[in-house]
Design a protein around this ligand. Sequence first.
Ligand code: NOJ
Length: 565
Amino acid sequence: MTSTSTTYFVGARSERPWWRDAVTYQIYPRSYADANGDGKGDIEGIRSRLPYLKKLGIDAIWISPWYPSPQKDHGYDVSDYMDIEPDYGTLEDAKRFIDEAHALGIKVIADIVPNHSSDQHEWFQEALKSPPGSPARARYIFREGKGENGELPPNNWEGIFGGPAWERITEADGKPGQWYLHLFAVEQPDFDWKNPEVHEYFEKVLRFWLDLGIDGFRIDVAHGMIKAEGLPDVTEEVELLGTQLMPFWDQDGVHDIYRHWRKIFDSYPGDRMAVAEAWAPTPARIARYVRPDELANSFNFTFLDSLWNVDALKKAIDGSIEELHKVGAPASWVFNNHDVTRSVMRFAQGLKGGGVSTPQERYGDIAKFDAELGVKRARAGALLMLALPGGAYIYQGEELGLPEVYDIPKDRLTDPRYKLSGYKDTGRDGCRVPIPWTVSDKGSHGFSTNLSLGRSDSWLPEPTWWGNYAAEKQENDENSTLNIYRRALAARKELSMLGDGTMEWIEAGADVLAFSRTDQATGKRFACYVNFGAPIAIPTGEVILASSPPTGDVLPSDTTIWLHI
Ligand code: NOJ
């Protein structure tokens, strides 16, 4: 046995902040549950599913943006940071939801979008009406164009969804004028974080939600708020969500913002926190976001980006744990979110998570897609993730083993990426299809209370086979993906050595990823074996749980087992 990896260990679970161990469930509000029958999800719908979430056994919910928004990027274009999107409900609904979640012992994390606003935000509208050089323009990144008449963009930055990252405006006199920066869609102008007014505004926004009872924030594009001095041209090609060091990614200045925000969180009771969406290029760069005076968690995108491969995953785990150990932070494992192809498809098709921009990169060769194999691997991956030291983030529908919907009719695609890529990339809608709650397709498989809606009537259409994955169908099947997740989350609560803490690799052959976890107080040991290769004999120990039923004494390929050893 080799002992290679450790994490920072902070006392017993009850003595450390909740976010060192938590399993957080991401909800994409538009797609979760529709209580008012309009074919779009809403807060009342989410509230109606709290008993389901309690039974699942998660510790916290992260809700993707629920603010008023023209929905050009489904809420990541915010027009008012201190209110609720009317399609989703009201502030009172949000408050009731937060309070009821708390009563069930579930924390609530809001999504904050500080890199850019919607072009319909009152500040941007004011900027458009104000002259160049005015204080209103200084809240965003306006520049004169290059070329004889300012007809060329100020630099060569490309937008993450495709096309130039600059848009030229028409000035009050009707003439073409300045350009503004938008790293994402044209309707998402970037704030200028060198302007103290922007800092003050977001401090107010954070306090608004903290006062309402929010336990933390997921920070959108956490690596993007500060741009390099002078906005220099880039020379490399930009990937989706950016993983390279670029003049607009991962600049040192972002950390000053988080040091200040941490003080705000710490001024509230109850371990308020934030998790960074920082697509930084290495585990070492990701770890900088969770230094002791900065944020609590930073998504482990190195892990998410790994192929379903023993060596790739081991390398990602070792690299992350080593770097996080140096700063004393827990890991935040994640395989799925609303931006990436679902793990069921990725793992079956040998695909990576981030940086994809063509249907081939998103889905691979669809003719070869084996959904059953994908579900088997995704379940094995889930038990790996939930046994590793630290916390984990799961994405709605992951607990049902939902595959990616790769064939949404083109005229129903809504992701801005589709249009901005010149219709080359079908985008991220395939992982955002409404959740199937019931087998019958009435009310879009139980997504909507409006029973006159069918499976293609909600905001994104559901495929004919959607009901096969419905929560209702999985409820009483002991071996369903849903029940495997439930048992795993229950075991995590019960077994004190899981969650934050240390791990030791176990040598178990080239195709097996195996490690143990030890309870520091009692010396009791737990082991997790992930078999990527041919079937092996079940290791010695008392079986707690397996991702697929073992056959006799044999652990099949693409299967994870948890044991007391
Ligand atoms: C990252 C979010 O996860 C993604 O959905 C969004 O499009 C971009 N940030 C822009 O806000």
